[in-house]
Design a protein around this ligand. Structure first.
Ligand code: ZN
Ligand code: ZN
Length: 230
């Protein structure tokens, strides 16, 4: 369509959150990409929220151990770590009881018992390389040391969650702006442009379909458009 580039240019001017390409088609691609990005951040935020919660629960179990409470024996089978938190907690305390084999000592250890709380795929790769807590710190560490380590892990997770929350909000904002400008033609420049077209007696529905004639090209001289968009 003859006016596509002009619409694209209007959208370009109306979109503040990022620099858009000149082509309408490319702009739509950016919207698609931004949507995918939003989904990815949503997943990350969700995974990190879960991880923060699991870290808190691990902390509760350590607290309980510190206060010397024996508690009832758990229905969860203990792993081979020096302190199996899952085995000391109620059955549904941890949403995931994945076990990994430590590459150093070959013991089967719950991820949560080694303070590995993220199960997100791209983080899993680095987790797979990780050795267990006993191997990295020593199996004789005190409960206080465990507690301190756990708090460090937890605050790192919270920081990541915060960062990803901000990125998600930004991505959401971008998608909303692009959708408004691309699909709902709500940007001020585009509105103005469409107003002017209407003032020439051109109906919006018509110019989307039959916008080819010489008259139209006359109406849409570049200098006119430049004046409108200025
Ligand atoms: Zn365990
Ligand atoms: Zn190990």
């Amino acid at each position: 369509c003859v006016i596509d580039p002009l619409i694209a240019h209007s959208i370009q001017l109306d979109t503040k959150c990022q620099v858009l390409p000149r082509e309408l088609k490319e702009q739509k691609k950016i919207l698609k990409k931004s949507k995918r990005e939003t989904e990815r951040y949503e997943e990350r935020v969700e995974a990190l929220e879960e991880a923060v919660l699991m870290a808190e629960r691990a902390g509760d179990v350590i607290e309980k151990c510190k206060s010397g409470g024996r508690g009832r024996p758990s229905r969860v089978d203990s792993c081979e770590s020096s302190l199996c938190l899952a085995g000391k907690a109620k059955k549904n305390t941890f949403s995931s009881l994945n076990v990994f084999v430590c590459p150093n000592c070959s013991k089967n250890v719950h991820r949560v018992c080694s303070f590995q709380f993220t199960v997100e795929e791209d983080l899993q790769l680095s987790n797979a390389m990780k050795i267990c807590l006993d191997c990295s710190v020593g199996s004789t560490m005190s409960l206080d040391t465990r507690d301190t380590l756990l708090k460090q892990v937890a605050s790192r997770l919270k920081r990541d969650l915060e960062d990803d929350g901000i990125l998600l909000a930004e991505a959401n904002e971008m998608v909303t702006e692009l959708e408004d400008n691309l699909q709902k033609s709500s940007g001020p420049t585009r509105k103005k442009f469409e107003e002017v077209l209407r003032s020439f007696g051109v109906d919006q529905r018509v110019w989307l379909q039959e916008f080819t004639g010489n008259n139209i090209r006359k109406i849409l001289r570049p200098q006119n458009i430049d004046a409108i968009l200025a």
